[in-house]
Design a protein. Sequence first.
Length: 305
Amino acid sequence: MRRVFLWAARNTWLKERLPRLGFMQRAVRRFMPGETMASAMDAAGPLQAAGIATMYTRLGENLASLAEADEVAAHYLAVLDEIAARGLTGEVSVKPTQLGLDHDEDATLAHLVRIAEHASSTGAYVWIDMEGSAYVEHTIRLYERLRAVQPRTGICLQAYLKRTADDISRLMPLDPAIRLVKGAYDEPEAIAYRDKRRVDANYLGLAVRFLLDGRDRPIRLGLGTHDVALIEQIAAQVATSGIGRDRFEVAMLYGIRAGEQFRLAREGYAVATLIAYGEHWYPWYMRRLAERPANVTFAIRSLLP
């Protein structure tokens, strides 16, 4: 099932046709409150009241031309202004290919620096999303260059990639901010763990090691997973070394395990909800279905009257 959904995420024919169907539009509303920035921020009210922070990402990936990146950068500047205007505890998360990584790394960096500078001036934070394995090295290099000039920036790393332990070691001198996810692309066995148990074990080891190695440093860790048992296991393991729940954050997607997000916040975890929006939601949605069987069940129920 996972492979089918990941194949569907890449299929151009399906990408052009399925989003027009009513049942698809209904089903995706579980994971995103709407296609506009305003709809995304309107959803933040109940979360903010419960002490849950928010992150915002406009869906869309590879650009046809570098000129399109100017509009994307301007959009994220507007998002940061709106976060400040509404008094939200919010951050933004940006895909490098949205800012032109396929065309010019230096131009992409310039956009990231501009967004990060504006975020810093408003008290916010910028995260760089990680995409498929072909972009990992380019993205890490971008982050190294960005972090050198803008400390209020973080990067997403994927636990199913076998290289991630080395990538964390490479970034440690920067006192990095890392949002650790399991991974949602169809990567070959040569470079990625494909068995869920191995991915979970690697995730646990990476998170615990990062927190232990960085206990006396200004690092930041976001646990980007909906696996609550894994989150609690990480918390229990580091607690024995005197590392409390205030030393990491839980980052979950809007609409997924919402009850658990509120429960974790009540129990003293720092929780942030990633709210996605935008017209280009189809590939992102297919990857969400590939991640968890419960997501597929919900999508099937949306077909019913």
